[in-house]
Write a protein that binds this ligand. Sequence first.
Ligand SMILES: Cc1cc2nc3c(=O)[nH]c(=O)nc-3n(C[C@H](O)[C@H](O)[C@H](O)COP(=O)(O)OP(=O)(O)OC[C@H]3O[C@@H](n4cnc5c(N)ncnc54)[C@H](O)[C@@H]3O)c2cc1C
Length: 412
Amino acid sequence: MRKLLVVGAGQAGLQIALGLQSHGYEVTLLSNRTADEIRAGRVMSTQCMFHTALQHERDLQLNFWESQAPDVEGLGLSVAGPDSGRAVDWLGRLDGIAQSVDQRVKMAGWMEIFAQRGGRLVIHGAAVSDLDYFARTYDLVLVSAGKGELVSMFERDASRSPYNAPQRTLSVAYVHGLGPRPEHPGLDAVRCNLVPGVGELFVMPAYTHTGRADILFWEGIPGGPVDAFKGIRDPSEHLSLTLELMEKYTPWEYARATKVELTDAGATLSGRYTPTVRKPVGRLPGGGAVLGVADVVVANDPVTGQGSNSAAKCAAAYLSAILEHGDKPFDEAWMQSAFDRYWETARPATEWTNAMLAPPPEHVLNIIGAAGSLPRVADRFANGFDDPADFDHFFYDPDKAAAYLESAAAEA
Ligand SMILES: Cc1cc2nc3c(=O)[nH]c(=O)nc-3n(C[C@H](O)[C@H](O)[C@H](O)COP(=O)(O)OP(=O)(O)OC[C@H]3O[C@@H](n4cnc5c(N)ncnc54)[C@H](O)[C@@H]3O)c2cc1C
């Protein structure tokens, strides 16, 4: 029987480990934290996942929280305008629902299920020197340890990484008590508020330990007014600053947030990182090779909510590649081909995310503006979060954008 090691128990690592386990593989999973530590720890993400990624979980029957989590039916976009108003405000309908299940709930639950089903779970923070040994004893080592230190084994791919510094600061607060959006009180949506020159405020429904919650997530332009969370350790101070910034820059969102309180002591998170694509094969000092998974090899800024979606797609692509490979050796050529398969979905997500981090060119502003009066444009934009490859057809090129808007207007 083939022996596989998965290092890191996040979205991708657990999905691969549980998937391989269901196909009878002998899998060892290394996690630097126990399920209880994850559950009682700090929030890690806003983890909104769209239809395709959720379907990968359903295919493996891992969608344990689907009936409890709020169904996100739409994606709304607002652009702050003069006098505290909105220059743009629309809602696009998603073809399939999206959901956000707190990773503390999901990863802790999945880890326990992996162990209950007979999987070998080892609590250990792996170092590069450990991997040297593991690469000799396992048929394949998959490194799914997120953006931590182990990425140092994987060379940065400069041709696919346009940025060499963080493009946003990230500040998250999970809350109870957010009021409904007056424009569509009966419909849950992710709301993306763009504040030119300042950043973005995302507001999204989620499921956490204490039931339904909403997430307030500021992405701030470094050095700007939202880049103000560094050094704040006290969760209530974090929430106060979040609300203060909402009152100033997105008063329409603040109006429904006046009664919110944090869901728990670990409900806040802040940080920043540089979006980076890496080469998929990690080289070990002893000569061995390991395969990088999800954020290890493609870490995009969360401004487009693609990371967990991409992690689920990466896990699905690698799982198929492993199953199809049968008993043949997992050599470097195979590792590269497994990554190439993943890159088919990661490439559009990466290009779109990197584009959304830059100030929008005129033709993009035209698309965003037109969506306010053309629901089909709003719907298409919203569904691009599930399948960013669709943006290739109308988003990047001014001529294609103009032709698309013309045809959408003619059909309206
Ligand atoms: C603020 C924020 C908001 C986000 N919002 C969204 C969103 O709305 N939608 C979306 O799709 N994505 C979002 N993302 C991105 C998403 O959370 C990540 O891309 C996704 O979790 C990556 O999954 P992963 O399995 O690669 O890594 P992770 O989820 O980071 O999992 C890696 C695991 O490995 C463990 N680990 C690390 N080092 C070691 C080691 N040496 N040994 C053993 N274990 C180790 C870690 O503790 C962790 O459990 C967001 C991210 C952030 C920071």
